[in-house]
Design a protein around this ligand. Sequence first.
Ligand code: NAI
Length: 335
Amino acid sequence: MKAVLIPGDGIGKEIAESAVEVSSALGTDIEWQVYHAGREYYEESGKLLEDGLLEAIQQCKVALKGPTATPIGTGFRSINVQLRQQFSTYANLRPLCSWKGVETPYANVDLVVVRENSEDLYKGIEYMVDEDTACGVKLITRKASERIIRFAFDYAKKHNRHKVTCVHKANIMKMTDGLFLHVFEEVAKEYPDIEADDVIIDALCMKLVKEPTQFDVLVTENLYGDIISDLCAGLVGGLGFAPSANIGEDVSIYEAVHGSAPDIAGKNMANPSAILLALAMMLKDNEMEEKAERLEKAIATVVEEGQETTADIGGNGTLRSFTSAVIERLSNETD
Ligand code: NAI
């Protein structure tokens, strides 16, 4: 199969290289179509996205993306937001679970954050009312809410999950979040075998930190989803272990949740687990479940053994040594 690879900025190139090596060690037939995008590409070419990138994604339907840097406050709009809007990848799926070998306060976290990816404050409807007053519009529609909530319940059903929790702030934002919650209550009735409940976003943050195992699948709007998925990543050892999939009707884009990590870029220090787990999600969705499971197992073993893990989880290994250990584990298995 053909898939687009966007290395991106900062640690992106290093972790993308790791993903390509691992996909070939797994014996996949993926032909990577490499295209550049991001701040570094912009600085050298004056363009944010390489010509042909969007067409290639449309053709391949699948892309693996490294992080791309977005300046805060001014400058260009986020490439992630642009890609999500261009390909209507309305669902952002972020599974997070505890890893043996990574010390965290909780051993049994197993959560999935389902984030609405197309609207809310991320729609980018912002304007200056006057020189000293800025306004941003929070857009929530029944159509997009219903689509993401249904996606969450269908995901729960398919993956034998028992509960879906709607995360909102409908007590304050009575129209926008009120609509999202109302649609959730309607859709939940169609899935009587799955428990459905709701929680206010601030209470959720406290509950996640105190007892994360009480949650299973969380479905929420764009901004809350962005924030709580990083919180959940923190519960399982940090951003190095957080993969994500942006899923649309037609196109899916897989990526690590973390950013370009400029503080460690080029230093062979990045943890490649998140992009490798995103690769595993991509394989699962493209009829390569067995390869995906082998990859997840190889990562889990290398993490549990601990000799080659990276500094972000307290190890003395490097990006290269971690990648080699995963590849060695995969090769030993097939011997
Ligand atoms: P960041 O995720 O790049 O870094 C936050 C902290 O986590 C840093 O200390 C970094 O070293 C560490 N970290 C991140 N990934 C790691 C990994 N794989 N292994 C080990 N440590 C890791 O977030 P930050 O600094 O807020 O953003 C940097 C740039 O990345 C910004 O321009 C931002 O816009 C962009 N960004 C891009 C994303 C994407 O393309 N999906 C997502 C988040 C941020």
